[in-house]
Design a protein around this ligand. Structure first.
Ligand code: C2E
Ligand code: MG
Ligand code: MG
Length: 453
């Protein structure tokens, strides 16, 4: 009966709408139409309470598009769409975003475990290899799902929860697929997220944020090379530190991130001038950048302005951008980096080895330095494959004239391995944790030859 109800809605919509509701590439319904269907379902509680929504994401899709061409990407999307159609012949299927699909189904038969099995069925189906011309493509698939409960306000809520669960799958990705059914655990994460989001909009940054600095050394830990500026948020309301790993991704979802980046730059830049002048050093300050919402033209102008006003040598500054956001940012970033490097500012690729970039991809960017991710360093002393990857990164960087720093070095054994492999710079708890400026100065600078004052 419920399938019939959906078909009825489908039928009605078919009459009212024309092709504008169809995604021309896949022939599936598009996102606009999905919103209309949601509105329609909201009008009738009886239909809503039968609903389960699956959201499906092709994980590294943008990379496929960049590495191959758009034609291949298009074919992959078409294949996925037709597999979904075969699996859900009588349900509404949407292309809800460029590489995201949504399926609306009747949840009557599904409890939580059944939903999880259904998610796995979808993942298994869609991770089957797709053969295009003469190469085989193995999609990585993340699936999220939610269904109607008493707390559901409207259809969009269910979809958003499913989308959030899918995002969670993406983050906790192992092997070729990952599935998540929205539930208490995810709801808890979401409510923490909402709380942080609200606080970020309200608080006065000057009162609650402070910069910490983590030292970077030569491989033996003898020569201080520079520092990374890392933001810390102490919330009196919560009475605790909130980790940047928790609040930066949330800030990145809105233009709050611009304020955060500005806050960091306006503190870290004058700080490095002060230290270099006072101690006669040529230390470098690494500053994390988030390319989201980054107006590159304005940013370059602002930086030029600060450098001039604060009397800063461009060679003292390095901007860091993570491998993953770099992959997402695309061509515009290539030019942006070139301009920074031409200004004499360094550009570092952060967390290298956690994303999907091929080593060959690196040559498209004008990079100064690669930071090998902690995840790779973690098992460098125990795992041969990790060691081989790090070795390859070091060799390739050398060939391209790019410097390498290893981050997250905690143990002597890791340091020794890195030294054997020819890595020259190290950042990690082994040589120093992030600390406030005064402590950094006391621990790492007062020891070096102080200029006569
Ligand atoms: P990241 O840029 O990769 O920073 C390195 C992170 O690794 C820092 O975490 C640092 O405390 C931690 N770390 C360094 N050495 C070790 C080690 O030996 N062992 C372990 N377990 N961890 C180590 P933190 O400060 O929590 O920052 C997390 C991430 O948040 C940063 O990763 C960066 O992406 C972001 N972030 C932090 N501050 C800022 C900022 O001012 N602006 C922006 N845009 N992002 C920031
Ligand atoms: Mg960093
Ligand atoms: Mg990092």
């Amino acid at each position: 009966a419920s399938i019939k109800a959906y078909n009825d809605i489908k039928g009605e919509y078919n009459k009212i709408f024309n092709m504008s509701r169809i995604d021309p590439l896949t022939g599936l319904n598009n996102r606009n139409y999905m919103m209309d269907v949601f509105d329609e379902l909201d009008k009738d509680r009886k239909k809503l309470d039968k609903l389960a929504v699956f959201v499906i994401d092709i994980v590294q899709f943008k990379t496929i598009n960049e590495i191959t061409d758009h034609k291949t990407g298009d074919l992959v999307l078409k294949e996925i769409a037709s597999s979904l159609r075969a699996m859900f012949p009588n349900q509404l299927i949407f292309r809800s975003d460029s590489n995201e699909f949504a399926v609306l189904t009747d949840n009557k038969i599904y409890d939580k475990e059944q939903l999880r099995i259904k998610c796995l069925d979808i993942a298994v189906l869609l991770t089957s290899p797709i053969i295009i011309d003469n190469f085989t493509f193995n999609p990585d698939i993340a699936v999220g799902c939610d269904k109607y409960t008493e707390n559901t306000r409207n259809c969009l809520d269910i979809f958003k929860n499913a989308e959030y669960a899918c995002g969670y799958s993406k983050k906790n990705f192992i092997n070729s697929h990952s599935v998540t059914v929205y539930g208490d655990e995810i709801a808890g994460i979401l409510s923490k997220k909402t709380m942080i989001e609200k606080m970020l909009h309200k608080i006065n940054f000057e009162d609650e944020f402070i910069m910490y600095y983590q030292p970077q050394f030569d491989v033996d830990g003898k020569v201080l090379i520079g520092a990374e500026a890392l933001l810390r948020w102490y919330s009196p309301k919560i009475g605790a530190m909130i980790s940047p790993g928790d609040f930066i991704p949330i800030a990145e979802e809105s233009n709050i991130i611009i304020k955060l980046v500005n806050f960091t730059i306006l503190r870290a830049m004058p700080q490095i001038r002060k230290w270099n002048e006072q101690y006669g050093t040529e230390l470098k300050m690494s500053i994390n950048l988030s390319p989201k919402y980054l107006n590159t033209e304005k940013f370059l102008k602002d930086i030029q302005e600060i450098i001039k006003r604060e009397n800063i040598k461009p060679s003292w500054i390095e901007f860091e951008i993570t491998e993953n956001s770099l992959m997402r940012a695309g061509k515009k970033m290539v030019e942006f980096f070139e301009k920074l490097v031409n200004m004499g500012i360094g550009v570092n690729m952060d967390d290298f080895g956690t994303g999907y970039s091929s080593l060959a991809y690196l040559k498209h960017f004008k990079l100064t330095k690669i930071k090998i991710a902690r995840e790779l360093i973690e098992s460098i002393d125990t795992s041969i494959s990790e060691r081989k990857i790090v070795e390859a990164v070091l060799n390739m960087s050398k060939a391209l004239g790019i410097k390498v720093i290893a981050e997250g070095v905690e143990k002597i054994e890791q340091r020794d391995r890195l030294k054997d492999l020819g890595c020259e710079q190290i950042q990690g708890f082994l040589y120093g944790k992030p600390v406030p400026a005064t402590e950094f100065e006391r621990k790492y600078l007062k020891k070096t030859t102080e200029k006569s004052t």
